[in-house]
Structures are given as structure tokens and as C-alpha cells.
Design a protein around this ligand. Sequence first.
Ligand SMILES: [Zn+2]
Length: 299
Amino acid sequence: MFFKDVIGQQAIKDRLIQEVSEGRIPHAQLLCGSEGVGAFPLALAYARYISCSNPGQTDACGVCPSCVKYNKLVHPDLHFAFPIVKNAKRKRELCDDYIVEWRQLVLNNPYFNLNHWLNEIEAENSQAIIYAKESDEITKKLSLKSSEGGYKISIIWLPEKMHPVCANKLLKLLEEPPKKTVFLLVSEVPEMILPTILSRTQRINIRKIDEACIAETLQSRYGTLQADSLSIAHLANGNFIKALEAIHLNEENQLFFDLFVSLMRLSYQRKIREMKLWSDQVASMGREKQKNFLGYCQR
Ligand SMILES: [Zn+2]
């Protein structure tokens, strides 16, 4: 994730870059923004920029040893905390036990929400939190000397999901931060965070993404037609996740339409063999998609 990959939000990018170039990086920042505005991608691009050993005026270099590690999110001084669901059977109790899935999701598309994450770890309908034990992990990781001599960066996604015990320990860290550490808290509901934590972070409010930026991204990265991209961007109301869902829905609707039409035609023509092929195709689609398809046919 580079600044150039963050959709819109130019004013905030400029501000973050300026902080780094003037050497006054606050030790704790709270990036607040509703779902899909890109608070997390911004935090990630910012972390990369801070760690880059040869940053340009607008973005990280992309080729230094730090950037290379950021490409796979394996930089030893970059740490993540995020809500999880404990799984005693599979001995998964800490964020790092889920780090493989986390990297996969983030690298695939850093614009995601809690539902996407829970789907990724097959924990739909569960209550995900950042457990008390995680605070010890954060403390432990940040008390180590930075392995590359630069900043140690801890990105905490959805700090509002922290267990109170975890939040209180984090508070202590924020009060007496270890040297050369940067906390980036990425929140969708800052009202749910302890006021004592809020008062120790520098807050950055991230607004909706410009419609024009969303439309342009849909065209350049997803090949959406201009007219479609404008109407999708308008409906998305500054939320890029919503825009992506709309594209996905468009594609799915097209598939369902084609399937429905072909089934009707084959039935009128009594083409039994082709109908059997048709049913094989639908049978291989996966349960959720089949349910959506049935819903579509009913409509
Ligand atoms: Zn670099």
C-alpha cells in the first residue's frame, strides 16, 4: 500500500507526509473515518512512508529493504492488532495466530470491513474483540529494540473493540511510550474509545472520498464504464467498499440473468442434455451464490 493507492484524501496525505519530512511524527495518532473511506489504507501507506529509507516527496520509494518487506507486510517493526474470535481448538488466541489470513486480506484489498475480516477467518456471526492478552503482546513487541533501527509501528485496527483490560494497558503505553514507536489507531466509532485514550492521541478525521476520485478509480482499476462508474460513485456516498459491492452485484446480476434466460430457452426447446449441463454448472457454484440465484429467479 502506497499513498498513490489510497483513493482521494489528498489533504490528509499531504499532512502526513509533511509530518514525516519535518521530523515531527506524533507518537500516537487516531485516524477516524467511517467504513470505506480509507482510514486503514492511509495508516498503512503512512507506516510504509515512515519506515522507508529513501522516501520521495509524495510517496515511499518502493525498492529499499524496508519497502520490499512492506510489500508482503512482513517488516519486523510493523505490528498489527485487530479484533479476533478466540478458537481454543485450533489454539488461536492472539492476533499473530491469524496473521496469515490478515496479510492475505490486506494485500488482496485494503478496503475491507469487519464482516469481510470475519468471513476471512470463518467467524461470521461471532463477536470479535481485541482480547486482554493482546496488550501484553503489544507491550512485548514494542519493548524490543527495533530490528532495523527505525521506528516501531503498531497499527491497531478498530480500537473500539478492545477489551477494557487491553485498553487500560494500552493507555499506560501511550502515557509512557517506548522510544521511537508510533501508534496508529484506526477507528470507525471513536465515541466508543476510552476518553483517556482519546486525549492522548492526535486525532485525524477522515471524510468521505470524493465522488470523482471513486469514479476514476472504478474506471482505471476495475474497467467500469464511465457512465456506470459515475452512478455507482454517486450511490456509494464516499464509501469505496460500497462502490466495490455495487460492481460485484452488477457482475452477479449479469450472470444470473444469463443463467435464467438459458434455462428458459433450454426448457422451451426440451433440450434435456443441455439442461443437465446447466444444472451441473449451477451445482458447482457454491451455496451462497445458489441461494442468491434462487432469490434472483423468484424476483
Ligand atoms: Zn522505501
